[in-house]
Design a protein around this ligand. Structure first.
Ligand code: ZN
Length: 191
């Protein structure tokens, strides 16, 4: 099914959509677009983001192009189950910053009949799979991989180049710290 046009969706069941890609590929923009369309259709929408991501705005999800939606900031995925209430659509941004229990949480929500949309980085700055996104991709019904444009050569880019030599897996930042690169231009840091 074409996930960019989810108008012909199954009825009376939930499902999981994952939007993944590198930084600057438009993941959050795509998440916001889907959630806004659900709101326009009068569906109840709730949005979550991990506490770690406070780049732009503590209580919103914000894309690099500065679109935003109100979001609940949580520390652990288990809080999603308590805070979802009767929402029909559950959006989760920055999925890579949650622990592996987000997999069971998403399955439970979908089993309850909810549409779950998770956006996140599928690779870390070294180009390695960024858990728990691979596990979420495995259980999702619909997967969209967004590509950016390589700042070096202009090819489609699926990797995130860190411009500093910090070696922690999570260093929160935007254009000051990261840029999108293709497979050939991406230079993993030397250990
Ligand atoms: Zn390139």
């Amino acid at each position: 099914m074409d996930t960019s046009a989810l108008h012909n969706v199954p009825r009376n069941t939930g499902w999981i959509e994952v939007v993944c890609g590198c930084m600057f590929s438009g993941k959050t923009e795509e998440l916001i677009r889907r959630l806004r369309r659900a709101q326009i259709a009068q569906q109840k929408v709730v949005v979550f983001k991990p506490k770690i991501d406070t780049r732009y705005s503590p209580e919103h999800i914000v894309s690099h192009s500065e679109q935003f939606l109100n979001a609940k900031v949580i520390e652990d995925a288990s809080e999603i189950l308590k805070l979802t209430g009767d929402a029909q659509v559950v959006g989760i941004d920055e999925g890579q910053f949650f622990k592996s229990n987000i997999v069971g949480v998403c399955n439970q929500l979908a089993d309850q009949g909810k549409r779950v949309i998770v956006a996140g980085l599928d690779q870390d700055y070294k180009g390695n799979p960024f858990e728990p996104m691979p596990q979420l991709l495995a259980i999702a019904e619909y997967i969209t991989k967004t590509l950016a444009i390589c700042v070096v050569c202009g090819n489609p880019a699926d990797r995130t180049q860190r411009k500093s030599d910090q070696h922690e897996r999570v260093v929160v930042g935007a254009k000051d710290l990261y840029e999108a690169r293709c497979r050939y231009c991406h230079k993993p840091p030397k250990e």
